[in-house]
Design a binder for this molecule. Structure first.
Ligand code: UDX
Length: 485
């Protein structure tokens, strides 16, 4: 099918490249001419695993082309609107870019158009769009408006397109539903070669949820707000674990084993970031207000999340007392691994607070340093996490990149000034750190040999305290615990 995608951001570029990959003829457009020039030169505006190769392969085959919005709207039968809906001052979503695409469609397109809303928008936007197209329709255009919310995650966007948990279609006409099924047929029937996995995860029937446009739009905000709530909830429980002397990893495992809860998105840490959860949460709160619904629950989710940075900085100060003149190594700046995106990244908040306390920062991130330099000009950017740790009074882990996982502890302990690891993503094990003479502080577990005990510099420590606690690992039988008097 001749498809046009307006907006070449994460959602637009991924959608355009993947639709071309499954055989459609795709025009991808953006009003940013510099971005178009870069794309036509084969340079992507962001790092996303597998996307570069996909764009190259499909431009080479001629199935994917980059052009102006006007030309794309003229050519495409199905038009995916993937423009940005950034937050306005009051947290509401800015829909001006969507409105302007609608104007162009209404004033220039001829014949029939399937107008597909893929940007994250407040409920009732598709109805508004339909009305707007009708008002400004000067060409006698026939059209349908569809809501097709996107659920891709940065860092795994291409895989998420080929293996979606569901595809949601909000439409008011059978013709529109039929066309959408046609567009996604190769994915729905798993008749595609997935560019991500050599061995694809077992192909299961992908649920296709067909509903009205309002319900489809609400699926997106409700899903993102629920996931954000799940993260804030586990962070809240992590606080309780620290205070009570429990182990969040075990508590999360216990919770997540309940299928009604599920294991995913129960990783405690320094809070959620990125361009979706924070803004979608705010937008949903505003939508609630407009609809006369009390969404104070979501306001709490936001508050809990904003507190994470303060709580983490408090951990650092508890260990190092005065931060002025201290050198801190930062491992990870991106809001999550496998992306170069630092928008609303918790690491930015934390580093700004540490700088305000007078600490000097040596940072490393595998992908996000160029983008971080625009936000954090006053810190030292290093070529590796070991270089960042040079002379550090503490190593702070802020993004759980895979390359940080298998640590060369000996190299690290020769590099740091003080063997202290404060882990905001629970990447390591306390006893592993202790075995290498490191004090280890993480999220949702009691500090380990850190707090009131300064380990001999670079010396090993005795076995950690928690060997006596009543832990039951998957393999071992529960140990008997003396009755609590
Ligand atoms: C999210 C949604 O997952 C996706 O469906 C939607 O389309 C866009 O928004 P994304 O923002 O790319 O995707 O990242 P996600 O993987 O959801 O992580 C969001 C944030 O939550 C990250 O900062 C991550 O570090 C944090 N997170 C995630 C946790 O702190 N704990 C978890 O258990 C999971």
């Amino acid at each position: 099918m001749q498809i046009s995608v307006i907006g070449a951001g994460y959602v637009g570029l991924t959608t355009a490249a993947c639709l071309a990959e499954i055989g459609h003829q795709v025009l991808c457009a953006d009003s940013d001419l510099d971005k178009l020039k870069e794309l036509n030169a084969g340079r992507l505006p962001f790092f996303e695993p597998h996307l570069d190769a996909l764009v190259k392969r499909n431009t080479a085959s001629g199935r994917l082309q980059f052009t102006s919005p006007a030309e794309a709207i003229e050519q495409g039968i199905a038009i995916f609107i993937c423009v940005g809906t950034p937050p306005l001052e009051n947290g509401e979503a800015d829909l001006s870019a969507i409105e302007s695409v609608a104007r162009t469609i209404a004033s220039s397109a001829r014949g029939y158009r399937l107008v597909i809303e893929k940007s994250t928008v407040p409920v009732q936007t598709a109805k508004r769009l339909w009305k707007h197209l009708s008002i400004y329709n000067v060409t006698g255009l026939e059209f349908d408006v569809v809501s097709n919310p996107e659920f891709l995650r940065e860092g795994s966007a291409v895989g998420d397109f080929f293996h979606p948990d569901r595809i949601v279609i909000g439409a008011e006409s059978p013709r529109a539903v039929a066309l959408m099924k046609e567009i996604y047929r190769p994915v729905l029937t798993s008749q595609t070669t997935c560019p991500v996995h050599s061995q694809c995860p077992s192909s299961h029937e992908i649920p296709l949820i067909v509903t009205d446009t309002n319900s489809a739009e609400l699926v997106k905000h409700a899903s993102n707000s629920f996931l954000a709530m799940k993260i804030s909830f586990i962070n809240l429980v992590a606080d309780a674990c620290e205070a009570a002397g429990a182990d969040i990893a075990k508590v999360a495992e216990g919770m997540g084993s309940d299928k009604r809860i599920g294991q995913s998105f129960l990783n405690p840490g320094i809070g959620f970031g990125g361009f979706c959860f924070p803004k979608d949460l705010q937008a949903f709160v505003r939508i609630g207000e407009k609809l006369g619904c009390d969404f104070s629950l979501l306001k709490e989710v936001e508050k809990i999340n904003l507190r994470r940075a303060d709580q983490f900085v408090a951990k650092v100060k508890k260990e190092l007392w005065v931060l002025r003149g201290k050198t801190l190594a930062i491992w990870g700046l991106a809001f999550k691994p496998d992306t170069d995106d630092v928008r609303f990244a918790p690491a930015l908040n934390i580093v700004r607070r540490l700088l305000a306390e007078g600490a000097s920062i040596r940072a490393y991130d595998p992908q996000a340093m160029e983008k971080a330099k625009e936000e954090l000009p006053g810190i030292t950017y290093c070529l590796s996490h070991y270089e960042a740790a040079q002379g550090a009074d503490a190593v702070l882990v802020l993004t759980e990149w895979n390359e940080f996982r298998n640590l060369d502890w000996d190299t690290l302990s020769r590099t740091v000034a003080h063997p202290l690891l404060i882990d905001g993503r629970n990447l390591y094990h306390a006893d592993e750190a202790a075995a290498h003479g490191f004090a280890y502080i993480c999220i949702g577990k009691e500090p380990h040999a850190g707090t009131d005990h300064v380990p001999a510099a670079n010396g090993c420590e005795p076995a950690p305290a928690d060997t006596v606690s009543p832990v039951t690992s998957a393999s071992s039988q529960p140990v008997s615990v003396p009755a609590v008097s």
